[in-house]
Write a protein that binds this ligand. Structure first.
Ligand code: FAD
Length: 683
């Protein structure tokens, strides 16, 4: 089973192979001696590509790119708009608080794969993150990143006198348990008795499990039967599939018809965030497949972890290693405003052999002929004090503007969140129509977290809850109890009183400003009091008055209104991900502007998605510049992603019959180049 433990790798591979098959049918058939493989013949691309690469964004994706380039000896610098490191890894420490009085406003939990008998991480969707955590440079000295990992209780910690989290819907309280959850007054929502009897968990499972089972068969037998069925249903959102296509399995003893609206609304209330069923069905099948223990496979065999000190520990340690190698490569307060193709000026030492200069290069008699390009960011090879020959390569650079200033790089890897990228002037970046449309169409989901610092961790001291979550239909929707700081000597008094997505976050987000903080505080405390009122059967301790008295401080993070994020993470509707993934995995600006960031991976919505996309962007950069020596080191050190390094469907050979570099990435570039040449993909 080549994709053991990582169905999302197969997801990516299938998307790319399908796209290639559809492109091939639109393109003229290759001559016998021509191939679909990428032709690395542009000498300008190969000329000193490693002098300086521009990395946009100092989130985990940008920092990972930097660590990789460092390991390969490639020069780079990072431009970051804000004054901090980490992007959506953002730990807020309450002023004056104790050691554990913090919360993670962005990413907070990581389902890492389990380790094998030799202590190595097994396969799994988070393997790249797990391997980053044990990367030796991040584990030098006394403060070692791997030692910062601690358990994250996805479900509340179990033990004597400890209580689970709970569901509180339609005024009904029920502890979280292994048994199916219960109807929560479904009848009053218009749900018929048959559906109530079957139960919301069984119905929800019945919608996605048949696809899951077929996909597992695909993994086992390296086939595409399940995938084909999945793709036949790919135009559906979860809601549309339930309403127009789904027929319940016989064992549920339900009417043999699509689900009525009231039933869909009831299932949606109890299984998803408001509007969460507008997500693509395919996405909703693949994400549980990656985690759930289904069909006896080891998918989902994970250890949930978080970082002691908060998730910001990870980017801070990465930045420390980057700064140790060479100072001042991360530039803060540099908000990128425009990206465009540009000429590249290169200053060569007098002894530089002439025959090595690309034939397309023009020599500048007078250094000052280069005008503002030289002032921007010229490449200097050799001793800058002995500048004698200055050459200009037309269209061989990428100019990045930061307000009035600009810099020119041979290649740029952008890890900017895609909604932000869309607000940047990309007029001269030579993006094709598919790429521009994919950016426009992308839905970036909102998310709001509201954390409150209390005088004491009452959920533990009064109710016995440590870690885990509670779920409610009240506006706060999900309550997350801290997994850290359960020890009375090092306690955390911070509760994530609300973690919302989709339209729940949109609405609460309108109160996420200082003018509305009293209103928000009252709403959240009332919701907390109502939701926790029934946890103790022998009398309620958690009243609104009690919580008011306990309240010390509140912090709200609304990701949609953060100008450097413009949303929390990608939330794909039907067909959206395929378009984005196939179009933005091809570089713009004459193959010099590479796109990365969380959304451009099959593992989107996770830190590992940002890492994967960075890996692919570096792989792209090394491929188009044909840096063979570095490529070997790159794959030896940073591994491979099967969705890009799998052999292409048709192996490719050169005219003498010698095999050409042939994998899905090369095939991707080759086919897209061809489609551009044939006018199938337009600019
Ligand atoms: C609420 C929330 C909860 C999450 N929970 C989890 C979780 O539990 N586990 C998990 O694995 N993942 C989780 N994620 C996802 C994870 O945080 C992201 O996938 C990951 O951090 C994205 O990294 P990135 O480098 O792609 O983007 P970012 O972290 O967004 O980095 C982009 C960087 O670009 C900078 N930037 C923006 N505009 C400009 C500009 N114009 N010029 C220069 N720089 C600019 C930004 O300031 C930022 O530093 C969560 C995310 C959110 C928001």
């Amino acid at each position: 089973m080549p994709f053991e433990g990582d169905p999302l790798a197969l997801y990516g591979k299938n998307i790319i192979e399908d796209y290639h098959a559809s492109l091939t049918t639109k393109l003229p058939q290759p001559d016998a001696d021509k191939t679909n493989s990428f032709d690395i013949s542009d000498e300008k691309l190969r000329f000193f590509p490693d002098r300086k690469v521009g990395i946009l964004g100092a989130g985990v994706g940008g920092l990972y790119t930097a660590l990789i380039l460092d390991s390969l000896g490639v020069e780079y610098e990072i431009l970051e708009a804000s004054d901090r490191i980490g992007g959506r890894l953002s730990t807020y420490k309450f002023p004056g608080g104790k050691m554990y009085d913090y919360y993670d406003a962005g990413a907070m939990r990581y389902p890492l794969p389990k380790k094998d008998a030799q202590g190595r991480y097994k396969n799994g969707i988070m393997k790249r993150l797990a391997e980053l955590i044990i990367y030796p440079p991040l584990n030098q000295g006394l403060d070692r990143l791997k030692d910062r990992l601690m358990p994250y209780y996805y479900k509340a910690r179990e033990g004597p006198n400890l209580k689970p989290g709970f569901y509180y819907f339609n005024g009904v309280y029920e502890p979280v348990s292994e048994t199916p959850k219960g109807p929560f007054r479904g009848q009053e929502m218009g749900v018929d008795a048959d559906y109530i009897k079957a139960g919301v968990d069984a119905i929800s499972d019945d919608v996605t499990k048949p696809f899951v089972r077929m996909l597992i068969e695909d993994f086992k037998h390296d086939e595409k039967k399940g995938w084909k069925v999945m793709m036949e249903n790919d135009s559906y959102s979860v809601r549309a599939y339930m309403a127009f296509k789904y027929l319940p399995s016989a064992n549920l003893e339900l009417p043999p018809q699509h689900l009525p609206n009231d039933v869909i609304n009831w299932c949606g209330l109890l299984s998803s965030s408001s509007g969460g069923y507008n997500r693509a069905l395919t996405e909703s099948v693949f994400s549980p497949l990656a985690f759930a223990k289904v069909g006896g496979t080891d998918f989902g065999d994970v250890d949930w972890k978080c970082f002691d000190g908060g998730s910001e520990v990870l980017p801070k340690m990465m930045a420390k290693v980057i700064n140790e190698t060479k100072k001042d490569r991360i530039h803060f307060g540099k908000r990128v405003t425009a990206i465009r193709l540009s000429d590249l000026i290169i200053i060569l030492p007098p002894e530089f052999p002439k025959h090595k200069i690309p034939s397309a290069a023009e020599e500048l008699e007078n250094y000052s002929d280069a005008g503002d390009l030289v002032a921007g960011a010229s490449e200097t090879i050799g001793d800058p004090g002995r500048r004698e020959r200055v050459i200009i390569l037309r269209g061989a650079g990428v100019r990045v503007s930061v307000n009035s200033e600009s810099r020119v790089y041979s290649h740029v890897i952008s890890t900017l969140p895609l909604p932000v990228l869309r607000t940047i002037d990309m007029g001269g970046a030579e993006m094709n129509t598919m790429q521009k449309n994919a950016l426009r169409q992308l839905q970036y989901g909102p998310s709001v977290k509201i954390a409150i610092l209390f005088k004491e961790p009452w959920w533990t001291t009064k109710l016995g809850i440590v870690g885990g979550q509670s779920f409610t239909d009240l506006p706060i929707r999900t309550i997350v109890y801290p997994s850290y700081g359960a020890d009375p000597n090092a306690e955390s008094r911070v509760l994530i009183a609300s973690y919302c997505w989709t339209s729940d976050a949109d609405r609460l987000g309108s109160l996420a400003n200082p003018q509305q903080s009293d209103r928000l505080k009252e709403l959240v405390l009332r919701n907390l009091a109502e939701a926790h009122a029934r946890v103790r059967p022998n009398g309620n301790l958690i009243t609104y008055d009690f919580l008011q008295d306990q309240f010390l401080d509140m912090h709200v993070k609304d990701w949609s209104h953060d100008p450097h994020a413009m949303g929390a993470f990608a939330f794909f509707g039907p067909g959206d991900f395929q378009n984005l993934y196939t179009s933005l995995t091809y570089p713009a600006a004459n193959k010099r502007l590479h796109f990365a960031g969380e959304a451009l991976s099959t593992r989107h919505g996770w830190v590992v998605g940002a890492l994967d996309s960075a890996w692919r962007a570096v792989y792209e950069y090394l491929s188009v510049t044909d840096q063979k020596d570095k490529m070997k080191r790159f794959t030896d050190m940073w591994g491979k992603n099967v969705e890009w390094t799998s052999p292409s469907v048709q192996p490719q050979y050169d005219e003498s019959g010698k095999p050409l570099p042939s994998n899905l990435l090369y095939e991707h570039f080759g086919l897209i180049d061809k489609a551009i040449g044939a006018g199938e993909i337009k600019y």
